[in-house]
Write a protein that binds this ligand. Structure first.
Ligand SMILES: Nc1nc2c(ncn2[C@@H]2O[C@H](COP(=O)(O)OP(=O)(O)O)[C@@H](O)[C@H]2O)c(=O)[nH]1
Ligand SMILES: Nc1ncnc2c1ncn2[C@@H]1O[C@H](COP(=O)(O)OP(=O)(O)O)[C@@H](O)[C@H]1O
Length: 227
């Protein structure tokens, strides 16, 4: 495929970067999973997940290379120092970063790319690629529900859960940096809302790289009709 995928009505468009951020336990990983599944069922290959690198320990349910690439601090620093990360941050005492090359390849192939990154990474990507980014903030319905979700997930120690809840206060303060906010009460409803955002953002005029040609042709047709 060329640099641009086909947008609505067969008009070529650029891929976009969809960022989902949330305090831990709000549900962004769950939303991402269903979103990817539904989008790629609707149009195979439409959406690519950016798999981050991290120095945090792997959770029992996670697969290396699928959910994250798990690295030592030394390996992480090498990638970062070689300029291979589009953005990176320290979150909850561990390093996380987005490998640059797979993102560039996906966008160049006209695919949309999903990022699950925190507010620090979001600011870096906004600084570099604002026009391509749609940033969505996912929030839990309440602090009690957020804690209950982290406890039900049962993949982190009590100490790790405490730290994540403490960091949530800093994270939610960054809501003004985002384009959209979703309160994740019902998972299906939240996935629907993200898909509605995507649907609209895909037909933003500035993403429709084929629009100028389409309008030129339309204008010529109109002129010919009036001759
Ligand atoms: N800046 C940045 N943040 C990331 C990246 N990958 C994950 N994160 C964020 O790091 C935080 C912790 O993620 P994780 O350890 O998976 O815990 P969870 O949020 O409780 O599922 C979340 O806010 C993620 O969005 C990345 O590549 N860059
Ligand atoms: N809308 C929801 N209602 C109830 N439980 C949810 C909802 N969304 C996610 N969960 C559950 O809450 C826990 C945390 O969700 P997860 O997607 O891992 O959050 P995050 O990636 O934001 O840390 C998981 O056990 C998940 O199944």
């Amino acid at each position: 495929m060329s640099n641009d995928a086909m947008g609505a009505g067969g008009i070529a468009r650029r891929g976009l970067i969809l960022i989902l951020s949330s305090p831990s336990g709000a549900g962004k990983t769950s939303i991402s999973r269903y979103l990817l599944q539904e989008e790629n069922e609707a149009q195979p290959g439409a959406m690519h997940l950016s798999v981050s690198v991290t120095t945090r320990p792997r959770r029992p349910s996670e697969v290396d290379g699928v959910h994250y690439r798990f690295l030592t601090v030394r390996q992480f620093e090498t990638l970062r120092d070689q300029g291979e990360l589009l953005e990176w941050a320290e979150v909850h005492g561990n390093f996380y970063g987005t490998p640059r090359e797979p993102v560039e390849a996906a966008l160049a192939a006209g695919r949309d790319v999903l990022f699950d990154i925190d507010w620090q990474g979001t600011l870096q990507v906004l600084g570099k690629m604002r026009e391509d980014v749609v940033a969505v903030f996912i929030l839990p319905p309440s602090a009690a529900e957020q804690r209950a979700r982290l406890e039900r997930r049962a993949e982190d120690s009590a100490e790790v859960i405490r730290r994540r809840l403490a960091n949530a206060r800093t994270e939610i303060a960054h809501w003004p940096d985002y384009d959209y906010a979703i309160i994740n009460r019902d998972l299906d409803e939240s996935v629907k809302q993200v898909r509605a955002i995507l649907r609209a953002e895909r037909v933003r005029c500035r993403r429709l790289s084929g629009l100028a040609d389409f309008i030129r042709t339309l204008d010529q047709e109109l002129a010919a009709q009036l001759d």
